[in-house]
Design a protein around this ligand. Sequence first.
Ligand code: ACO
Length: 352
Amino acid sequence: MPKTKIAGIGHHVPENIYTNDDLTKYMETSNEWIVERTGIHERRFITKGEDTTTSLGAKAAKMACENAGIEVDEIDFIIFATLSPDYYFPGCGVLLQRELGITKTEIGALDIRNQCTGFVYGLSVADQFIQSGMYKNILLVGAEVHSVALDFSTRGRNVSVLFGDGAGAVVLQPTTEENQGVINTELHSDGTYAEELSVISPGSHSGVYNREVNYGFDEESDLGGFFITQTILDEGLFHPHMNGPLVFKKAVVKFPEVIVSALKKAGYESNDLDLLIPHQANLRISQFVQKVLKLRDDQVFNNIQRYGNTTAASIPIAMSEALIEGKLKRGDLVCLAAFGAGFTWASALFRF
Ligand code: ACO
């Protein structure tokens, strides 16, 4: 059975840099608060009307294909992970196909809505398709445009200072090389805390999970009248909500757990790792994980300082930068790990 190798990597981030000081023009916050709690110094935001999640993803995808030495037409399956799609539906997978100019229809496009773990979940799905022999060139993209939906007033500051826009992509192919390819992937979920990191509206819930909140539904009508209401708009219920301390508490446990488990299953210890690329949630979380696993600085790659948290895009952007900087080399033992909304958490262990 073939294994899955990462044949090419690419990324794209918008040109517009917003520093922490820039954000103080919109909300009550400070560079010191943001750096101390999150490690973030700046993030990138798209120019409104110029880019979308798909267009960022397409730029990253082209770079990944070039890096893999293939034409976009050779792609036979697309997996697109994002929480900030261009449209409610259809998903970004088909939009990416169109944007890349792939006109053949013997191709599948799958959208993944797993937020921060979307890329690792996508890698696990792709790995199954490659191992089974179903596809030979899978394009896996993680991309986000958060800036259009964040609350940049003081009300939303605990969330909005964390996130940035960007995209990353990989091309996955079969390999029979002994010292190359995905070794294992591990996926977890716990729906108990689903609303603790969420965007709840618009949606079909019509207040089912929380009847205490007044969503302003049209009580007169049996049909419709609850997808988008004036109250949802006025109260900003379409903005992300996050219980930051709970996310932090869970993340610092689940990250090390899922990494150690992946290593253990393959007969490795953290000392054997050449590179850990954690989802860039918060520098404090990554530093905590590094400490628990007793990893050296050169064993962990972080770039959240420059991009903020780009959710599904954070791992492939980091992979691409690590490759460019010579920190990710062929033959390296690499672990990807993520934790996020759901809650879901996941890891992927591979020889690059
Ligand atoms: N600037 C200034 N003050 C702020 C800001 C801000 N941007 N945001 C919140 N505060 C204030 C709060 O209003 C609160 O003030 P109060 O004490 O007067 O009420 C105070 O700071 C502390 O608020 P907390 O939310 O308790 O702050 P905490 O110390 O927990 O830090 C943070 C917040 C950084 C979000 C932290 O909880 C955290 O890192 N959580 C992990 C969440 C995370 O990383 N999410 C990433 C997305 S999810 C993922 O990718 C896994």
